[in-house]
Design a protein around this ligand. Structure first.
Ligand code: 5GP
Ligand code: ZN
Length: 123
């Protein structure tokens, strides 16, 4: 898509701190992080919003979501389990869709936030 900032990042036409790439998806650091770790996972193909994804994109969406715990491990924000079973660590995954969903960049993306709280503006 012309003039899509995330398509340009996927095409490596503008720089980003890329943390994962395969033939279908790209993950990179958010330019204005809202948490100590704030990553974005995008499909390389342009899809405006989650509402524009079709049944043909089900595996792609699954891949994007399944990448989150792997990135979390690599970036020190994975969910942990202590010997007594108590959970620690952790992260938030979020997709904003449309104006009322708070979407600002119209190329589908999954946010992965983590690290010690508090985080700016997030529940
Ligand atoms: P949205 O509100 O659309 O869900 O989130 C868009 C996110 O993209 C924001 O967190 C914003 O900081 C991030 N972002 C916008 N432009 C760029 C950019 O050029 N590079 C990177 N790395 N992140 C961006
Ligand atoms: Zn795009």
């Amino acid at each position: 898509m012309d003039n899509c900032i995330f398509c340009k990042i996927a095409a490596r036409q503008i720089p980003a701190e890329v943390v994962f790439e395969d033939d279908e998806v790209l993950a990179f650091k958010d330019i204005n992080p809202a948490a100590p770790v704030h990553l974005l996972v995008i499909p390389k193909q342009h899809i405006d919003t989650l509402s524009d994804a079709t049944d043909a994109h089900t595996a792609l969406l699954g891949k994007m979501l399944a990448l989150a715990p792997k990135l979390a491990l690599e970036h020190g924000i994975a969910v942990t389990t202590a010997a007594d079973g108590k959970r620690g660590g952790g992260y938030k995954t979020l997709i904003n869709s449309g104006p009322n969903g708070g979407q600002e960049v119209y190329h589908l993306h999954l946010h992965v936030y983590g690290g010690p709280r508090p985080w700016r503006g997030l529940g």
